[in-house]
Design a protein around this ligand. Structure first.
Ligand SMILES: Nc1ncnc2c1ncn2[C@@H]1O[C@H](COP(=O)(O)OP(=O)(O)OP(=O)(O)O)[C@@H](O)[C@H]1O
Ligand SMILES: [Mg+2]
Length: 317
């Protein structure tokens, strides 16, 4: 029986994907590359967060948009990995994302589909369903949008969540992230690259990332987490800035690491407003996921031990 969280948690997965992962020894241009093995997984940031929360034994709702024949395969693959899911069926096709792991070099190539347009009336219905199901809980808004979805959608959702006393958590990029930040979400988690892109400048040290994240925090975002891939992550709280290096784990694929991190932090914040502990949860869940192939996520049994190994440094930024 999953533990009931203090506040209900709802994740919006507007643009999920059928994830295909191929393991290829060496990719050679203009030659046919044979896959040694392949995996098919239901993917998309929101789906991963729902799956990660379920693994942490935390009940949550997922609002998931599906379309066409690929959408049906996606639904079948998802099986019962999510606690409560509302499938919003729309016209078009659910996208297919492809990851190629070149085993000789350990290089990872990712090709991401953009998804089919959603009729505006459906966008409105989906947004309303998300707002209603979230209530005053955590509303996690994550991932990319189909090409015709207005840039302002995520910002509008943050504003509506704030109006009803919910805590908005945003993990997206580009203009969507910038506009959402202006509406003051509870937590954001860009990776360093997404932050650099949004700010239009390179950030060459952990301190430089922390300074920029602090400016965003001061603008009204309660917690700003910036993930730094194999270099760990930063969490800027109203009181201080915390940096954790990553854990030394065998890396398989990093797909879903950021999503696992978001799920871990929300799981922690739901019980304690403790930034240090939340960062430990985030790092442990992220590291727990990179150990596994494809979009397979962390095992709950590993999380406690991983959390114990996280070393947090206060930056006083
Ligand atoms: N190679 C790695 N080794 C160990 N830990 C890692 C590695 N890559 C990621 N992690 C862990 O996962 C966290 C999130 O990873 P990352 O910064 O890559 O997120 P992301 O880019 O948002 O990922 P996603 O592809 O899920 O969107 C990192 O802060 C780190 O703790
Ligand atoms: Mg990410």
């Amino acid at each position: 029986m999953a533990m009931r969280p203090d506040r209900p948690i709802t994740t919006l997965c507007l643009n999920p994907a059928l994830d295909v992962t191929y393991y290829v020894h060496t990719l050679i241009p203009d030659e046919k590359s044979r896959a040694d093995s392949a995996r098919h997984d239901p993917g998309g940031n929101g789906i991963n967060i729902g799956r990660a929360l379920a693994r942490l034994d935390i009940e949550s709702h997922t609002i998931c948009v599906i379309a066409g024949a690929v959408g049906q395969i996606f639904k079948t693959l998802l099986k019962d990995e999510l606690n409560h899911v509302v499938f919003e069926e729309v016209a078009g096709e659910t996208r297919i994302n492809t990851t190629i792991i070149e085993t000789s070099s350990r290089n990872q190539y990712q090709i991401t589909g953009s998804g089919s347009d959603i009729p505006p009336a459906d966008i409105e219905r989906i947004a309303n369903d998300f707002i209603e199901v979230t209530g005053n809980g955590y509303g996690i808004i994550t991932g990319s949008c189909q090409p015709n979805v207005p840039m302002t959608l995520y910002a509008d959702l943050v504003r509506r969540l704030n109006q009803q006393g919910a805590r908005a958590v945003v993990d997206t990029h580009d203009e969507k992230l910038k506009l959402a930040i202006a509406e003051k979400p509870f937590l954001i988690k860009p990776n360093k690259h997404e932050l650099e892109q949004m700010l239009g400048k390179p950030l060459n040290s952990v301190e430089a990332v922390a300074e920029c994240a602090r400016q965003i925090q001061r603008s009204g975002v309660e917690y700003v987490c910036v993930s730094l891939s194999f270099e760990g992550a930063l969490l800027i709280s109203p009181d201080n800035s915390f940096y954790a290096t990553t854990l030394d784990v065998p890396v398989n694929t990093t797909v879903g690491a950021g999503d696992s991190m978001v799920a871990g932090m929300v799981a922690c914040f739901n019980h304690h407003d403790d930034a240090e502990l939340a960062l430990k949860w985030g790092i442990a869940c992220g590291a727990g996921t990179v150990i596994h192939p494809g979009t397979q996520l962390f095992e709950e049994k590993d999380i406690e031990a991983l959390k114990q190994k996280v070393i947090i440094k206060k930056l006083d930024i």
